[in-house]
Each structure stands twice: as C-alpha cells, then as structure tokens.
Design a protein around this ligand. Sequence first.
Ligand code: ZN
Length: 325
Amino acid sequence: MPLNKTNKRTRQIEPEQNFKSKVGRPQDSVWEHFIKTPLSTAGHFAAECLYCEKKWTRGRPQELQVHLAKDCLNVDEETRREYIQKILQLYNDDDTEDNKRFRIEQLNITDFWDVDQNSVEPLSKQKQEAIDQCLLKAFVCCGTPFAVVENPFFVDLIRKLQPGYKLPSREKLAGIMLIHAVVRIEDQVNSILGKATNLTLGLDGWTNPSGHSIYNFIIMTHDRREFLYRLRDLSIIKHTAQNLASEIEDVLQKIGPDKFAAVVTDNAANCALARSIISEKYPFIVNTRCIAHCVNLITKDVLGKFLSIFLNYFINLLNILVINN
Ligand SMILES: [Zn+2]
C-alpha cells in the first residue's frame, strides 16, 4: 500500500468496515489506524497496523491503543501522544462511561473472609492509588508472578496490614495497571530526554532463555541518569552492522540526533562497524568503545591465568601427597 507523509498507508474502507457497526455500540476510533478484517465471530476483527504492518489475529481496542502509544515504531508523534493521553486518562478516570468496558472487577479481600464490611474504614482514592502503585512496583521489581496477588495467604497478609485496601485482580494488575505505569514512565522519560543535551546512547545484545536475540538501548544523560529507552527483539533480522546502525539511527531520530554526543557499544565486529557508520553520518557523535567491557575482558584474562596456575599447583600438591602416602 502507498505511504502518505505520516507513514500511514492509505486504504479502501468497505461499507461494513466503517467505524460504526450496523448494530451495537460504535466501534472504537482506534480502528482508524488499523485494517479491519471481519472474523467468523460477529463483531470481532483481525487487525493490521497501518504504520508498521504488525498483525493481530483478533484486534482488541485496548491492545491496539497500547501498540500506538508505546510499541509502534512508525506511528507519527501526534498519534502516539493522542494514545498516550488516552491511556493515562483511562486509569485515572476509571469510572467514566467510556472506560466501563475496560474495567475489570476488583477482588475485595473482605470477600474472602467473614468480616463485617461496615467495620472496615474505606481508603481514600489517593491512598488506594498510592498503594496500587507500590504493589505494582513491588511485583515488577521483585519478579513476583502476578497470580500471587490472588493467593489467599497473600490476601490474608494485606488484609491484616490494611483491611480497607482493595486488592486488584491478577488481570487488572498485569493489565491496565501495568500498561498505565509503563506509558506514564515512558512519557516522563520522553519529557526528560526532550529537554536534555549531551546524551550518550549505549546498546548491547544477548540471547534470552527462550533463544530470542534481545538488544537494549540505554540512554545516559550528562548528569549520569540512565534510561532503558527501548528493548528490541531482533531475532528475525540479521545482526549486520548496517541493520544495527539503522536501529541506532531510529532511536537517534526519535529523540533528535543533535542531542547526542556519543554512541557506546562493546567491540563485537558488527557493533564497532555500526558505530562507525553512525559517526560518519553524524560526525558530532563520538564513536566510543565501552571501557567497562574492556576491563571485564582484562579481569577475566588475568583471573583466568591465576586460577589455572593455582589449580595446577593444587593438583600437583595432591599428587605428591597421594604418592607419598
Ligand atoms: Zn504499528
């Protein structure tokens, strides 16, 4: 399909693909950014992003909004901002009519036990939200499975600590609460980076336990703050210097290349060449090899030598003792 100036492909809208269904509630306006293909189940559609061509076998408006707000690499900034704002409002205005379909029932800890509801002092909205955020942070940063939030022993603990607190369900914690936090944090990071200068972009790749090739793109500010800007699964592309350079360039373009002072990677051949490509195109961006990686290699070499000398000495000593006895 042809691309217009905002990278959005044009399309023919079939009468049945129009945004209002013949029956039922109007279709979510997020569908304006996706190709809808009707599924055999009435009212459900497969989706394809008009910007990056990502496909969903069944498109759900909430997932599609999240894609536009944070995952789509080709969507224009105006549309991305629109959907960031929508998601930020979604959680805060949980009670609005529009958001009712997104709301997932919360479990009240007092549902599990015989507690007199009237004796429990309800928490203020601010207090409830403050604990929600702490809970989410604790689950994410401790790597705790989200299902734990419904474990009766965990519910019991929270009930004892704060009986008025309404624990979210697993779906709500891993769904809208997590999405909201991610979008909010990304929004804050973008606003900090928007004002920053002399940035350094660092990247490294590794293979995760599922065999996927993951690359991180970390941006460091001149006052030594670090932001994980992007995590990309690059399993499906060849890790040539050219491909890595275009991934780096995409990050530079999103923030503004003139805000960057350096690009840092380890000295793998493809990474080193990718850095050179970037420095050639943007001569003001310094091509830097990661010193921490060099120190790491030197330390491994030195300790490796010492360890093998020590092990040889120890084995010889054992041999002598065995022979003498
Ligand atoms: Zn997309």
